[in-house]
Every structure is written in structure tokens, then in C-alpha cells.
Design a protein around this ligand. Structure first.
Ligand SMILES: [Zn+2]
Length: 388
């Protein structure tokens, strides 16, 4: 009897099984979303087709219990790819956090809804944008469908940006608004082209995806990318993250950058091999997508969102004891009753080489000499803070 009661009590606060959630990612649903979005002749931000597609995706989000949907309006100014100044829309779906002290913290995933044809037909040209970037929008929708079945401490945003192809206009409008309204954004995962696994030259990579990140004084994009790579490896998935320590590809941009500029931690997820002849043309079609690859990239995102949104409060004042000695002692401020993760890597290693979970506010690491290693500490599932 006592055992049965203990079980019931334990079940009353179930721990989140992230891999069970990741298994729910459905490649058929991803495909259906991409095919629907690609059925508009284009989704150019200047055209009514963008508004129609935004209404459709907003309707999909509205069907998910617990999700709140905002159609955000902003103005695009007449310019190189904007024939006339006008008000346009983008979609922000929200799963509110449930922890009173953490729900003001936000974690976001986004893709851009808009497409472009860079050929002579201009804004009326066919631009199905299956990969660029219905694939990113579909990943956000799929994550919302699955994660909404759970409660998370932090608030999750699922975003379908517009104005990306006119110069990151929608993400800039949102990042500036977030700054002005003092949003507390812990992480933005911008997914832009995540469903194509090969190019016409013959390069194929269906088991890895790139994450681009910057290192600056004003945000932790690099640390976000680094912990994503570690958490993905730790999940046991065979699907790898290849880190690229750059803002983005040469001559190209993405919706993570406006967030970085406003001081928010953000990275870009993008396929390993791009097929340039399919980009910004009438050839960006669903038939060229690799749905299994799209599924793995969506699972990766879902894992990260679940980790970050469920993390307890982050530690502060993470320090290495600088006194001479054989052992490394890392300390931090926080909640002594809480579990934290301590990470380490050689100063020459771009990736975390190990981590341990400890309860309390310090860790002793006898095998990793502070002169040779970098340490960092996070709440379990959170973005680590590098020890000074
Ligand atoms: Zn794009």
C-alpha cells in the first residue's frame, strides 16, 4: 500500500520526458504545412498573398489548445524591394509559462513566412518558398502542437516572421519592440531553410545541420549554440549540429541577427548543403524536400525549446577559485536546494567536452585543471554562464 501511494505521489509531479515529446514530431504534418504554404503563387511581403498565408498559419495556431495568437502589424518603408510604404503582418503564437517567477522569461522559435522571386518578374513572380522558409515556419507550428500538451516554466513563442526578404524587416520590428517593452528573451532559434539535404553538385548531408552564432559582448549567441550542440549529442540522437562561429553565410542574412543587434541571445539553424538554384526562384518546391531531414531538424528544435523553457532560474556570479591548487573549484550564487549543471572544455575545444549535475552552489573538479579548462554553469537545461 505504501509503495502504491509513493508511486501516486511521484506521478503527481511527472518529470518531462523530452525524448517522448521529440518522438511525436510527425513528418507528414510537416509536409502538409509546407505543401499548403507552397500552394500560394508567392508569399511576397508586399502582396495580399502574404496576408492570406499569415491568416492561414494564425488559424492553425489558434486550433491548438492553450496557444494565444497575435497578428502583429508593422510598417514597411518604400525602398529597394518595397514599391510602396504599407502596413503588413506577421504571426506570434504564445504558450504562456506557468512558473510565477519565470514566466516573464521567453524562449522563441521562428521561421519566415514570406518568399521572394529574384527574377525579372519581381514581386508577382512565382515563389513557392517550400524550403525558404516554409520549412522553418512548419517546424515552429509542429513544436507548438507538441509542446502545448505540457506545462513549461517559461513562456514559449512560435513566430512566423514576414519582411525577411526585404531586409529582415519583421524580425527587426519585433526585436525593437521587445527591447522597448523590456522583454526578457533567453533564446531565439531562427530556422531558415532546414528541409533540403543535398545540392546538385552531389554533396549530401542528411544527418547534420549547421548552427550559426556570433560572439559579442552584448549577447550570448555563441553560448546558446555551444550548449545546443552538447544537449543534442547528449540526447543520443545521431543527428549532429555542426557549429559555425559566424553571424551567417557570406552575403546572406537571417532573422536571428536583428535580435542579436538588440542584445538578445539568438542563433540561426540552416541545412548543411544548400541548393542555390532552388532559392528565391520558382523552383523552391516541396518535391525537393527531404522530409526525414526536416523531421530531425524539427526534433532538434523541440528538444532545445523543452530544455530551455523548463530550466529553473539561472545561476549568477559564476566564478572559478583563482588560488593556486590542483583541484578546480567553481562557485555560483543561486538556490542551494536546486540542481545545476557544470560544463567543461579545454581552452582549445570549441565544444563542451563534459558536464556533471550537482545540487548546491559549488562544484569541485579534481580532474580538470583550471589553467587548462573553461568552465560554465547553468540551471539544468539552461544556457550556461561561463565562469570568470
Ligand atoms: Zn530565408
Amino acid at each position: 500500500m505504501i509503495t502504491a501511494l509513493a508511486c501516486i505521489l511521484m506521478n503527481s509531479t511527472p518529470t518531462l520526458n523530452i525524448e517522448d515529446l521529440a518522438k511525436q514530431v510527425d513528418e507528414k504534418r510537416l509536409r502538409a504545412t509546407v505543401e499548403k504554404l507552397a500552394s500560394w503563387p508567392n508569399r511576397n511581403t508586399n502582396n495580399p498573398t502574404l496576408t492570406e498565408a499569415a491568416d492561414w498559419i494564425a488559424g492553425e495556431f489558434r486550433q491548438i489548445p492553450g496557444i494565444e495568437v497575435e497578428i502583429m502589424k508593422y510598417e514597411i518603408q518604400k525602398g529597394q524591394r518595397v514599391p510602396e510604404t504599407k502596413e503588413v503582418v506577421q504571426v506570434i503564437a504564445t504558450l504562456p509559462g506557468t512558473d510565477p517567477s519565470l514566466k516573464a522569461h521567453r524562449i522563441a522559435i521562428g521561421g519566415h513566412l514570406d518568399t521572394i522571386n529574384m527574377g525579372p518578374e519581381g514581386i508577382s513572380g512565382k515563389a513557392p518558398g517550400a524550403n525558404d522558409d516554409a520549412s522553418g515556419v512548419a517546424a515552429a507550428l509542429e513544436c507548438a502542437r507538441i509542446l502545448s500538451q505540457q506545462k513549461f516554466k517559461r513562456t514559449l513563442h512560435f513566430i512566423a516572421f514576414s519582411g525577411e526578404e526585404q531586409g529582415l524587416l519583421g524580425s527587426t520590428a519585433l526585436a525593437k519592440r521587445a527591447k522597448a517593452e523590456a522583454w526578457n528573451i533567453d533564446a531565439v532559434l531562427s530556422n531558415d531553410m532546414i528541409a533540403n539535404s543535398q545540392n546538385k553538385r552531389g554533396d549530401k548531408e542528411a544527418n547534420a545541420v549547421r548552427v550559426f552564432s556570433e560572439e559579442t559582448e552584448t549577447h550570448e549567441g555563441r553560448e546558446l549554440a555551444r550548449v545546443m550542440e552538447f544537449l543534442q549529442r547528449e540526447s543520443g540522437s545521431k543527428h549532429r549540429i555542426n557549429l559555425v562561429f559566424r553571424r551567417d553565410r557570406f552575403g546572406r542574412g537571417g532573422d536571428h541577427t536583428p535580435f542579436n543587434r538588440e542584445g538578445f541571445t539568438a542563433i540561426r539553424v540552416v541545412e548543411q548543403h544548400e541548393e542555390y538554384s532552388h532559392q528565391h526562384t520558382d523552383q523552391d518546391l516541396p518535391e525537393f524536400m527531404d522530409w526525414r531531414y526536416h523531421g530531425e531538424n524539427t526534433r532538434l528544435n523541440l528538444r532545445m525549446l523543452a530544455h530551455f523553457a523548463n530550466a529553473e532560474a539561472a545561476p549568477t556570479q559564476v566564478r572559478v577559485d583563482r588560488r593556486q591548487g590542483y583541484e578546480s573549484r567553481v562557485t555560483w550564487k543561486g538556490n542551494a536546494g536546486q540542481e545545476y549543471r557544470v560544463y567543461w572544455r579545454l581552452t582549445t575545444s570549441p565544444t563542451w567536452q563534459g558536464a556533471t549535475t550537482v545540487k548546491g552552489l559549488e562544484a569541485l573538479l579534481p580532474k580538470y585543471h583550471k589553467d587548462d579548462y573553461v568552465f560554465a554553469v547553468s540551471a539544468v537545461g539552461g544556457v550556461p554562464i561561463v565562469a570568470e
